[in-house]
Design a protein around this ligand. Structure first.
Ligand code: C2E
Ligand code: CA
Ligand code: CA
Ligand code: CA
Length: 274
């Protein structure tokens, strides 16, 4: 007979096994996902709060798993990061997205990059290559880096960021306000844009504190001469508040969900026809 500790283990073991097994299977599948063309990129409009005109789009990765259906990037990006697969996957996203954005006539393309990618010495060459092969002007490309990327905050990472900026590429700090290193990082490195996390926007209609925080972040952006983008804008009330507070750019379901390259092109076409 087993001890009590043993029976305790028996309760959790099958579940743990199952989770680990799923993880291992997903990692195996992820290794083949690119070759099997299961990855696609959607584009979400980024608009001017003043005019609602589309300024560009953020590239968002999707994985259509043959058995499991659509798997969220919140699930597979962490797996890709743990295994290093994010390096080839990230390079593929840059390559594809730049090719697509080449046809946008000067609109901006924002691409998410992981800390692991930015730490690779070869990253600058990867970006340069994607720009050169696509013909996308560097000024049209913006790299979104989460604060976590800065946790390393090593001289080496900062050197890579500087080299990217000298290519003419812009840098945005993603998910601003969700970590503790944001302010320190802004002091150490010049970003072109701050993306205010959705959690700040969600409550601005009914929470005075949320408005106060948002106001402070926008003031910070303007003091540092950095553009502010508000993420997750879902209604008109949020938009008018953002406009009143001086936030230049917004993104969210109010303007468009992430959509195919063709749908995005059509949206831009409609706008230009008006
Ligand atoms: P993120 O960079 O913060 O992207 C914004 C997320 O918010 C996207 O989720 C987007 O679909 C969602 N979103 C946009 N507007 C709204 C809104 O109005 N309301 C709500 N509720 N949600 C909104 P998604 O596409 O699932 O991506 C999740 C995260 O996965 C991204 O967060 C990003 O961190 C990561 N990710 C996506 N694609 C890539 C990629 O190519 N490379 C890397 N490294 N990470 C990626
Ligand atoms: Ca992002
Ligand atoms: Ca974000
Ligand atoms: Ca996020």
């Amino acid at each position: 007979a087993k001890t009590e500790g043993g029976s305790c283990l028996r309760i959790f073991e099958p579940e743990m096994d199952e989770r680990l097994r799923t993880r291992r299977l997903l990692i195996t599948d992820l290794r083949n996902a690119m070759a099997r063309q299961e990855l696609t990129i959607l584009f979400q409009p980024q608009v001017s709060t003043a005019t609602r005109r589309i300024k560009g789009a953020e590239a968002l990765l999707r994985w259509h798993h043959p058995q499991r259906g659509m798997i969220s990037p919140d699930v597979f990006i962490p797996l890709a990061e743990e295994t290093g697969l994010i390096v080839p996957i990230g390079a593929w996203v840059l390559e594809q997205a730049c090719q697509v954005a080449r046809g946008w006539g000067g609109l901006n393309l924002a691409v998410n990059v992981s800390a692991i990618q930015v730490r690779q010495a070869s990253f600058v060459a990867t970006v340069e290559g994607a720009l050169a092969r696509s013909g996308l002007p560097p000024a049209c490309l913006e790299l979104e880096i989460t604060e976590a990327a800065m946790l390393a905050n090593s001289a080496e990472t900062l050197g890579i960021l500087s080299r990217l900026r000298s290519l003419g590429v812009r840098l945005a700090m993603d998910d601003f306000g969700t970590g503790y290193s944001s302010l320190a990082t802004l002091q150490r490195f010049r970003f072109d844009k701050i993306k205010v996390d959705r959690s700040f926007i969600r409550h601005i209609a009914m929470d005075a504190k949320a408005v106060a925080l948002l106001r402070a972040v926008i003031a910070l952006g303007s003091a540092l001469d950095v553009t502010t983008n508000a993420e997750g804008v879902e209604d008109e009330g949020q938009l008018s508040m953002l406009r009143a507070e001086g936030c230049e750019e917004a993104q969210g379901f109010l303007f468009g969900r992430p959509m195919s390259a063709a749908d995005f092109q059509a949206r831009v076409g409609q706008q230009d026809a008006r």
